[in-house]
Ligand binder design. Structure first.
Ligand code: GTP
Ligand code: MG
Length: 195
């Protein structure tokens, strides 16, 4: 998809603020600092559109990026960041749950895990949660540039096993540094949103 136009339409904290234009949406989930905002930037070829940070906990609202007036990417706060207070963590998870379970226009979720590590308990719960609600999911093993290419297959099978990945679900190696995997992610996004 040729990106002509990107707008941050709203940073929402409550359902009443979600866009009402009925365009299809793809949300990004994953641990804090895993690279959700960086993936959005890479996919839309805008280096600084979605705010990224080496400090976890950067994204604290549901950020709706509208592309070409055709679809949205929804940047979601990361989970599993210990330094976020219990109160805030509950607030975030409530916000994410409400969104994932009630949003009619949500067509799929790109669920990010770090290629270097075993999926955390939270990663596993998130994947199972998405399956439970029958939300189409693409697993992305990110920071692919941090692991030699020869190790990718081994990492992918470890991650697939830990997540108990459905045979029908894809897992893609991605890097926001090199752009590897971008085409595959785009292909999946286009399939889900029919744009
Ligand atoms: P929260 O908003 O806190 O949930 O984090 P996030 O998942 O949006 O992560 P973000 O995109 O802000 O990236 C976190 C850090 O990881 C930044 O320092 C990025 O530069 C770095 N990073 C993200 N993706 C990659 C990647 O593919 N390769 C490498 N080497 N670094 C990456
Ligand atoms: Mg972020």
């Amino acid at each position: 998809m040729q990106i002509q136009n990107v707008e941050l339409v709203i940073s929402a904290v409550a359902a009443g603020q979600y866009p009402t234009d009925q365009l299809p949406e793809i949300a990004l989930t994953g641990r804090s600092n895993v690279g959700k905002s960086s993936l959005i930037n890479k996919l839309i070829s805008r280096r600084k559109m979605a705010r990224t940070s080496s400090t976890p906990g950067k994204t604290q609202t549901l950020n709706f990026y509208r592309l070409n007036q055709a679809l949205y990417f929804v940047d979601v706060p990361g989970y599993g960041y210990a330094k976020v207070s219990k109160r805030d963590r509950e607030k975030f998870s409530q916000m994410i749950e409400t969104y994932l379970t009630s949003r009619q226009t949500l067509k799929g979720v790109v669920s990010l895990v770090d290629i270097r590590h075993e999926p955390t308990a939270d990663d596993i719960s998130m994947y199972q949660y998405l399956k439970y609600y029958h939300i189409p999911v693409l697993v992305v093993a990110t920071k692919g540039d941090k692991v030699p290419r020869g190790k990718w297959n081994q990492r992918i099978s470890r991650i697939s096993k830990a997540l108990e990945l459905n045979q029908t679900d894809q897992i893609v190696v991605f890097s926001s540094q090199t752009g590897v995997g971008s085409d595959q992610v785009w292909q999946w996004v286009e399939q889900q949103t029919a744009v």
